[in-house]
Unconditional design. Structure first.
Length: 246
């Protein structure tokens, strides 16, 4: 291993250790914190070498935004016998024409936000004799630029997904609104509180357990953990800055 590769692995290991310590500290602070919180490494546009290094350091949960990019990376990883199998979540928008490629490729599809998409995923999964794990994406901030079902329509979508035997609904996901880090914490927590309280309401009204809350990113994951996140999505703070596009 070259000196640069060794340094890169050392940096990744240090970042991973720091982030896990921050998560544990947030769990101790937050009255709503979950007992188990997973760190999802957002690896979109990151080189495969960094993903391999992070897997080598013991981290096995990744998130990708694009089906084709994920296909290439996951295939490359399967060719390395020495690496344990990592799990990949789809955290970006899924177009219906990409569903056939996404089902089975991703361990969890987090971005299900409409019944038509859920039905298409279920149709493909059923044909293949699979049960696809999914999460429901909620637009907690009511921003037009954000994907996700609005909270008022979430109950119906939850029931629609539960009616599809080929899907396993695991929880809720949101992408919170961007708020400056120096803003009041109460404002920065709003989306996380909305998602946590919605989860409680859906569990009661739909008669289902939804163990996962995927919320919080690099700038606000500690607040998300305090408010009950079970999955936090961190990109460059763990894997480093993404390479510039040509």
């Amino acid at each position: 291993m070259s000196e640069s590769q060794s340094t890169s692995l050392k940096e990744l290991t240090q970042r991973l250790s720091t982030l896990l310590a921050q998560i544990e500290a947030a769990q101790r602070r937050g009255p709503h914190a979950a007992e188990r919180v997973q760190l999802l490494a957002v690896s979109k546009t990151q080189p495969i070498s960094r993903i391999k290094a992070l897997i080598g350091a013991g981290h096995l949960l990744f998130g990708e935004n694009y089906v084709q990019e994920a296909e290439e990376k996951i295939h490359a990883l399967t060719l390395v016998d020495s690496l344990p199998r990592a799990q990949f979540h789809l955290i970006g928008n899924l177009q219906r024409n990409k569903v056939k490629r996404a089902v089975g490729l991703f361990d969890v599809i987090e971005s299900v936000d409409r019944v038509e998409l859920a039905q298409e995923i279920a149709k493909v999964a059923e044909r293949r004799g699979r049960r696809q794990r999914v999460m429901m994406q909620v637009n907690t901030s009511a921003e037009d630029s954000k994907s996700g079902v609005d909270p008022q329509s979430a109950e119906q979508l939850c029931k629609d997904i539960l009616a599809l035997p080929a899907l396993q609904l695991e929880g809720l996901m949101c992408i919170g609104q961007f708020i400056e880090p120096e803003a009041d914490d109460a404002l920065r927590r709003q989306d996380f509180i909305v998602l946590r309280e919605l989860r409680g309401a859906l569990q009661e009204r739909c008669g289902v357990q939804l163990p996962e809350l995927s919320m919080g990113m690099s700038a606000d994951f500690e607040l998300a953990v305090e408010e009950g996140a079970t999955i936090v999505r961190v990109g460059s703070a763990l894997l480093g800055e993404r390479p510039a596009k040509d």
